[in-house]
Design a protein around this ligand. Sequence first.
Ligand code: FAD
Length: 628
Amino acid sequence: MNAPVRIDPETGLKVFNTRAAKASEKITGKGYSVTTDQKLKELPELPPGATFNAEEQAKYRAFKEARRGAADYINMEGEFKKYLDDVYSEPPIPREALTDECEILVVGAGFGGLLLWHKLSNAGFTDVRFCEKGGDVGGTWYWNRYPGIACDVESYSYLPLLEETGYIPSMKFASGFEILEYCQNMAQKFGFYDHCLFHTTVAATTWDEASGRWIVETDRGDKMRARFVILANGILTTPKLARIAGMEKFKGESFHTSRWNYNIDLHGKTVGIIGTGATAVQAIPELAKTVGQLYVFQRTPSSIDIRDQRATTDEERATWANEPGWARARRQRFSKISAGRSAIQANDDYLAGKIQEIKQPKQHERRLTEEELIQKQLDSNFRIMEQIRARVDAIVKDPKTAAALKPYYPYGCKRPTFHDEYLPTFNLPHVHLVDTAPRGVAEINERGVVHDGVEYPLDVLIYATGFQWMGTSTFNMVTGRGGRTLKEKWETEGTKTFLGLHSHGFPNLFIVTGPQGGGGSFNFTDAIDAHGDYLVWMLQAMRERGARIVDIRKEMEEAYAAHCRDVDIATAPLRDCISYYNGEGNAAPGSLAYYGGGKWHKHRVAAQSTLEPYVFEDRDSTVSAAAK
Ligand SMILES: Cc1cc2nc3c(=O)[nH]c(=O)nc-3n(C[C@H](O)[C@H](O)[C@H](O)COP(=O)(O)OP(=O)(O)OC[C@H]3O[C@@H](n4cnc5c(N)ncnc54)[C@H](O)[C@@H]3O)c2cc1C
């Protein structure tokens, strides 16, 4: 057994052996299987006369306003801290605290960390160190192991480095368990494990002007120095709990979906699940197959689009084996259609390059204004939602339950979900929808949930209450130039970045897939890929010019942040609902993310060709990039 920390005799760099063992063999699972009932795999016809008229618009507004302010979440502190325990791995591998220096320190070992390592090491950057809170790689796919978990973006476009690993996902929508294994394969194949400190949470990252280094402190007592820090800490990684009176009193078992406790046997039990977002939609059909009674506490229904899951075909395997570049080409085609639900349905002929267009682009007699374009999108969006609502009526037998399961907001405003078994689950006699709209569950006692004066006694209570979006604790612990924290800067000035990757006053700090990071695609791997390529370019550019520090000009950052705000305001009607995407309706425009993919690339290309936004410093002096 190798020591947890040792020196590689060839490179003189430290290498690590800190990957924790699995906590239990009980943690196994699969994504949902292929549905054979054709009716469940197609949306019903559009109901006649469906138009987004004043009456329908008023219905959407009322639905939204009734929920305003209802979302109230608490941090998992004090007695709720137990919900954050790593239930998937054995305790941390003991190791010495590190006080040395590396060139690049990356926070996070999810897709972001793994892809960065592949790109950086290929570009010759090897003095790279990763810190990861969990006991193994995977990030999202390490923490989320609930039954039924699968990706929502087709796996052939979502999984990174498929050609480099020679791997073909088994299903169009691979299970989370398969994705986790794939992450482990990537880590093994590309030597990632040697570079990662697992069970190591970065607690503080502080810029030291004198040495031009970041000081990175962790919960393992490390105090490392790094020339560059990359935050690949994910933006859906901090689980959140709804604030519900009496929740600390509950005497049964309870956990959050992102720490699924497989030691609790759910067979035949009475189980309650709070929340009906993307996670719950995947977990509920699987839970229903196991538990005795299932109570689903819903505040706001999700849009349940078709899934149409299928296995990868032999023909696909054979074709891809002889088609160099297939995965990258497929992901690029995917990103071109990812503005609507077609992206997630993912037409195979188009994605495989067999046809060039999914549908003919509409020709208008004159160029439409931006407002007219948005109105057209709202109209077609409404028609999709009408079909999604009609699907509920077509499948769910009890009219009251069906009515409660119908969402009234624009498609994509909340995270869209896809499932062919979820709606039929509510026809099962042991599955009960408890409609807590519009304010949500307000009380929990020692026996279970109380709503509208009715007590629902439970053996197990599962919180499917989701994650903080973008507001990760990692962004809160960065202290830059002049002792200013990123948190304080963004709280007082509003979120300000350049390309989402840099923030003025935080030199040599790069953020992957953070706020304002653009990307323009439902497929996160697109943004991670683009950000990784950009970072390699930046580090190489700095090497070439002998620069040791890069910061961003304040005025360029202001202009980029203003652009994000403008795009956000222009497209706001498409996101007119209460959702974590818009900070439960409270986020300032442009502060979280915007979906301006093409524009993000335009800003990036301009920056890379003019170098105008950057201030590079060499060892002795500050030199503007353009002047050099
Ligand atoms: C249930 C679920 C399903 C999803 N499905 C899809 C999908 O189908 N398609 C899609 O495009 N996206 C999906 N996403 C979004 C998903 O998060 C991204 O696709 C992608 O996995 C993000 O990778 P990442 O490496 O950026 O972040 P993550 O996977 O979140 O990894 C970040 C890692 O950083 C670690 N970390 C955070 N802070 C610290 C710290 N201070 N110190 C040390 N380590 C830290 C975390 O432990 C985590 O392991 C899904 C998300 C969830 C939660």
